[in-house]
Design a protein around this ligand. Structure first.
Ligand SMILES: C[S@@+](CC[C@H](N)C(=O)[O-])C[C@H]1O[C@@H](n2cnc3c(N)ncnc32)[C@H](O)[C@@H]1O
Length: 215
């Protein structure tokens, strides 16, 4: 990887235990809620997931896409994903940067990003790049855990668990990503909003589930 693509936080260092650590930090319940909703997305066609990590959420869409490119900037994460997803014959693995991918224009029916936009600098670039590589009418799904609207005490406990297991968050971390902020970013990139909602318990950590269409 070139210096100018240096990772903002080396998530790869956690690849071996990433799923366990994440479930400890945010709780299994919200992950189950996300997987349940994501697995209901049908006819995803030719799909790419940026920031696939260990492939935890890739599994949820695997049966509903013709093929998926599971992409990440971290080789360690991709290796973990390859191990976890080895029985899925329609998943290919690639090192790719969501802000500067080398895929041609209008290549995919679906772009998925889970817990990526809120951890990277310049998330608008990832949305613009997604727009470029989507076919007309293509679907963008972004899902981000957020402390938006969370009870202060719950937030403090979560921050403590995060620091304990994951260390300092990336500088660009937007832990309180709001539906309005995301909607504006996506609209500025050209997307028409199809769905934009918070999933999960009202006082606890939530997931911002966003769907946009390339018109
Ligand atoms: C917070 S983790 C989320 C992993 C997975 N999506 C999940 O929710 O379990 C962020 C992931 O995005 C990857 N990543 C960070 N910057 C990226 C970029 N610019 N392009 C693609 N992947 C990136 C990291 O290596 C890491 O695997």
């Amino acid at each position: 990887m070139k210096n100018n693509q240096k990772q903002e936080k080396d998530w790869g260092k956690m690849a071996e235990n990433f799923d366990k650590i994440s479930e400890y930090v945010v709780g299994k319940e919200i992950y189950q809620i996300i997987c349940k909703k994501l697995s209901k997305e049908k006819n995803l066609g030719e799909a790419i997931e940026f920031g696939c990590g260990t492939g935890y959420f890739t599994k949820a869409i695997a049966m509903n896409a013709e093929y998926i490119i599971a992409a990440d900037v971290s080789e360690e994460m991709l290796d973990a994903a390859k191990r976890q997803l080895k029985e899925y014959k329609n998943i290919k693995f690639e090192i790719a940067d969501c802000k500067a991918a080398t895929f041609p224009d209008k290549e995919f029916d679906t772009v998925l990003m889970v817990n990526l936009l809120h951890v990277i600098k310049e998330p608008h670039k990832a949305l613009e790049e997604s727009y470029r590589i989507l076919k007309d009418g293509g679907l963008l799904i972004t899902i981000d855990l957020t402390g938006y609207g969370m009870k202060k005490f719950e937030m403090l406990k979560l921050v403590f668990r995060f620091l304990r297991k994951m260390g300092r968050p990336p500088k660009a971390d937007k832990g309180n990503l709001s539906p309005t902020y995301l909607e504006t970013l996506a609209e500025n990139a050209g997307f028409e909003v199809e769905e934009n909602k918070l999933l999960g318990d009202k006082d606890k950590i939530k997931a911002l589930y966003f769907k946009g269409i390339k018109r």
